[in-house]
Write a protein that binds this ligand. Structure first.
Ligand code: APR
Ligand code: PHB
Length: 393
C-alpha cells in the first residue's frame, strides 16, 4: 500500500490530522492498535481553547460541538473558603473556552472519517516504523492475521505516551524532560446537575478538588488522592464527603450527589520529548508531551501540534515549501513549553505537596495575590484560554 502520510494512532491527534489533510486532498492512512469502541471508552478533560474550536470547524467537525458544547466565559479559584472568579471574557478581550468532552470530539472525527472513505486500520498489531531517516519511510503492521506495509512520504506518530513511535528513536537522539507528581486525581462522573455553571478549581489544606461537567445533567468531579489509593478504597459516600469538605461553604451546601457512573484514578505527569522530529517522522500530541490536567491543556496542545504539522504538510504539497518541514519541532516546542509551564504552575499552587503548613500559607498568599491583581488575573486568563499559535513560516 502507498500513501502520502501514514498516521499512527486514532486518538484526537491522529484523527484530526487525517481529517485536515484529507480535506486538502493529501492522502493518509490511519493505523490504530485498539478497537474503535475502546478508543471511545476513554474519558478525558473537555475544555477546548478557541484555537482548538477553530481547527475543529476548519476540519468540518464543529457542528455538534457548536450545538451541544457550552461556552464558558469564566471559572473560579477557591481557597481559604473564598471563591474568586477569573473572568476569561473580560480579561482577554472577549476570548472564552468551550466545554465539550474529548470523547465527543473523537467520536465526531471518527464519524467524519468513516464517511469520507479514507482508509483506517483498527486493532492493528505489531506496528513498526521503518526507514524514517531515508526518503522512503514505511510502517508495517498485522491486521486480521494479515501483514501489511504502508509506504509513505511522512510518518505522523500520533500514538500517545505509550506508543511505538517515540520508542523507535534511539535513546541518544532524544532528550526527555519529566516530572512525576506525588499524588493522583480520583475522578467520578455522575448524572447530577453540576454544582456551579462554571468550573471550580479548589485549593484546600486536605488537597485539591475540581468541579467540572459534561452537560447540565452530567457532572465530573475530582479530588486529589494518594498514589497508593485504589478506586475500591473510595465509596461514593467517601468521595462526596471529601469533595464537600474541600469546597467553600455555599458550594458544598448546594452540591447534589448521586451514584457514580464512572470512577478512576489518574497519575499526574509533566513530560516533553525533544526534538519532536526525526527525519520524516513527526511526534504529535501525547506521543511528544504530557501535561498534568490542572490547566486543561492536553487536548489543546495536541491540537496546536496538529495545526503546525497540517500547515507544514499543506504548504509542502501545495506550494513545494520543502524548507518548512525541518521547522516542525522548533515551532511546536515554543508553545508547548509555555503550556507545560502553566500546567505545572496551576498544579503547584492548587495541590497539597506535603504536610508543611508553610507551603499551604505560601499557596494561599499566591492565590490571594494573583486573584486580587489585574495583572495576576490576566496572566491566568490568557494562559487558560490558550496562548496564540506560533506562525508557520
Ligand atoms: N500502534 C498504533 N496505535 C497506537 C499504538 C501503536 N503501537 N500505541 C498507542 N496507539 C494508539 C492508542 O490506542 C490511542 O488511540 O494511539 C492513540 C493515541 O491517542 P491519545 O493517547 O488520545 O493521544 P493524542 O491523540 O495525542 O491525544 C491527546 O489525549 O491523553 C489525552 O490529555 C491528552 O487530551 C490529550 C489527548
Ligand atoms: C474535566 O472536565 O474532566 C476537566 C476539566 C478541567 C480540567 C481537567 C479536567 O482542568
Amino acid at each position: 500500500m502507498k500513501t502520502q502520510v501514514a498516521i499512527i494512532g486514532a486518538g484526537p491527534s491522529g484523527l484530526l490530522l487525517g481529517r485536515l489533510l484529507e480535506l486538502q486532498g493529501i492522502a493518509n492512512i490511519v493505523i490504530e492498535a485498539k478497537s474503535p469502541d475502546y478508543v471511545l471508552s476513554r474519558i478525558r478533560a473537555g475544555v477546548l481553547e478557541q484555537g482548538t474550536q477553530t481547527l475543529l470547524r476548519e476540519a468540518k467537525v464543529g457542528e455538534r460541538m457548536d450545538r451541544e458544547g457550552h461556552v464558558h466565559d469564566g471559572f473560579a479559584l477557591s481557597f481559604l473558603g473564598r471563591l474568586e472568579r477569573i473572568d476569561l471574557h473580560a480579561l482577554t478581550g472577549g476570548k472564552t473556552v468551550m466545554v465539550y468532552g474529548q470523547t465527543e470530539v473523537t467520536k465526531d472525527l471518527m464519524d467524519a472519517r468513516a464517511q469520507s472513505g479514507s482508509l483506517s486500520f483498527y486493532s492493528a498489531d505489531d506496528v513498526a516504523l521503518h526507514d524514517f531517516h531515508s526518503d522512503h519511510p514505511s510502517v508495517s503492521f498485522t491486521s486480521n492475521g494479515q501483514k501489511h506495509i504502508v509506504e509513505c512520504d511522512y510518518i505522523a506518530g500520533c500514538d500517545g505516551f505509550h506508543g511505538v513511535s517515540r520508542k523507535s528513536v534511539p535513546p541518544e537522539s532524544i532528550r526527555l524532560f519529566e516530572r512525576v507528581y506525588p499524588f493522583g486525581w480520583l475522578g467520578i462522573l455522575s448524572r447530577t446537575p453540576p454544582v456551579s455553571h462554571e468550573l471550580i478549581y479548589a485549593n484546600h489544606e486536605r488537597g485539591f478538588a475540581l468541579c467540572s461537567m459534561r452537560s447540565s445533567m452530567l457532572s465530573r468531579y475530582y479530588v486529589q488522592c494518594s498514589l497508593d489509593d485504589k478506586v475500591d478504597d473510595w465509596s461514593d459516600q467517601r468521595f462526596w464527603d471529601e469533595l464537600r469538605t474541600r469546597l467553600p461553604e455555599d458550594a458544598a451546601a448546594s452540591l447534589i450527589t448521586g451514584p457514580s457512573i464512572e470512577k478512576s484514578i489518574a497519575p499526574l505527569r509533566s513530560f516533553v520529548a525533544e526534538p519532536m522530529q526525526f527525519g520524516r517522522m513527526f511526534l504529535v500530541g501525547d506521543a511528544a508531551h504530557i501535561v498534568p490536567p490542572t490547566g486543561a491543556k492536553g487536548l489543546n496542545l495536541a491540537a496546536s501540534d496538529v495545526y503546525t504539522l497540517y500547515n507544514i504538510l499543506r504548504l509542502r504539497y501545495q506550494q513545494n515549501r520543502l524548507d518548512l518541514v525541518a521547522k516542525y519541532s522548533e515551532i511546536c516546542l515554543r508553545r508547548i513549553w509555555k503550556a507545560e509551564r502553566f500546567s505545572w504552575w496551576m498544579t503547584s499552587i492548587l495541590h497539597k505537596f506535603s504536610d508543611d503548613p508553610f507551603n499551604q500559607r505560601i499557596q494561599e498568599a499566591e492565590l490571594d495575590y494573583y486573584t486580587s491583581s489585574l495583572a495576576g488575573k490576566t496572566t491566568i486568563a490568557e494562559n487558560y484560554v490558550g496562548l496564540p499559535y506560533e506562525a508557520v513560516e
